[in-house]
Design a protein around this ligand. Sequence first.
Ligand code: HEM
Length: 267
Amino acid sequence: MGDPTTRRMGQVSDEEGQLSYGSYLKVPELLALQAPLSKPPAHDELLFIIVHQAFELWFREMVFELEAVRDAMFEGDAHRARHLLRRIHSIERLLIEQLDVIETMSPQDFLQFRSNLSPASGFQSAQFREIEFISGLKEPRFLDGATEPGERERLGRRLEEPTLWEAFRSMLESSGLPMPEGDDETCRTSLLKMARDRDAFADLWYLSEDLLVHDELFSLWRQRHILMVERQIGTKRGTGGSSGAPYLRTTLDKRFFPDLWELRSYL
Ligand code: HEM
C-alpha cells in the first residue's frame, strides 16, 4: 500500500505507481458521497443514506448477474445460470436482513429529517425497476417516474429486452418441450412433463426451482419492507406521494414467474 498522503481523488495508483486499497476501490470518492440535508444535523440521517446507497450498490450487482443468468439460459447453460442465481439469492437474503439495520432508527428520530426527503422516494429507484423488468414485471408506467439523466432511456431499453422467463422458455423449447406464447394449455403440459420426469429434465427442473427462489425472496423483501414502513410511519402517506403502506400492499401479489407457482396446483 502506498503512503496515504500521496493519494489523490480519482487516482488508481499512488505516486510510486503502486495500486492501493483506497485507490482501487475509490474509497475517498465513496466516502464523499454521503450528504445529509438536515440542519441542525439529525444523527440518523447518515445511517438512512448509507443503507439506501448500499441497496443501490447491491441492485447494481443484481442487475449485472440477472443479465448473465439470462444470457446463460439463452446459451442453454443451466449450470452457469444456477450458479449465478444462487449468488443472487444470497444478495436477496442480505437485502432482507439489511432492513434490520434501518429499523434500529426510532420513528421519532426519523421524523427529525423525514420532511426534507419529499418528494424523493424508493419508488423512484430505477435499478429496482430494472430488476423487476428483467425478471418479467414490465410496467411501462414506471418510465414516467424516472428522475435522473439517462434513466428513462435505460428503462426503455430494458422494456425491449427479453425477460428471464423468455430465456427459460427457450431452454424448454430446445429440450423438446413446446412453449408457444399465448397457448396456455400447451405450456402447462410442457411444464408438467418437466416436473413429472425429473430424471429426464433434471437441469430444467432445478433451474426452475432456483428461478422460483428468486421470485420468493423478492416477494419476502416486499413483505419485510412493508413491516418496516409500518413500524416507521404507520399509516402516513409516503414521501413519494403514495398512500404509503396501503399502496405497498397492492404490490404483494406481484410474481415474476406465475406459471411456476401455478404449476404446483396441477401436480
Ligand atoms: C425508514 C425507511 C423507509 C420508509 C419509511 C420507506 C417508505 C416507503 C413508502 C411509503 C413507499 C411507497 C412509495 C411512496 O409513496 O414513497 C416506499 C417504496 C419503496 N421503497 Fe421504501 N422506505 C424505507 C426504506 C427503504 C429502503 C432502505 C429501500 C431500499 C432501496 C427502499 C426501497 C423502496 C422501493 C424500491 C420502493 C418502491 C416499491 C414498489 O413500488 O413496489 N425503501 N418506501
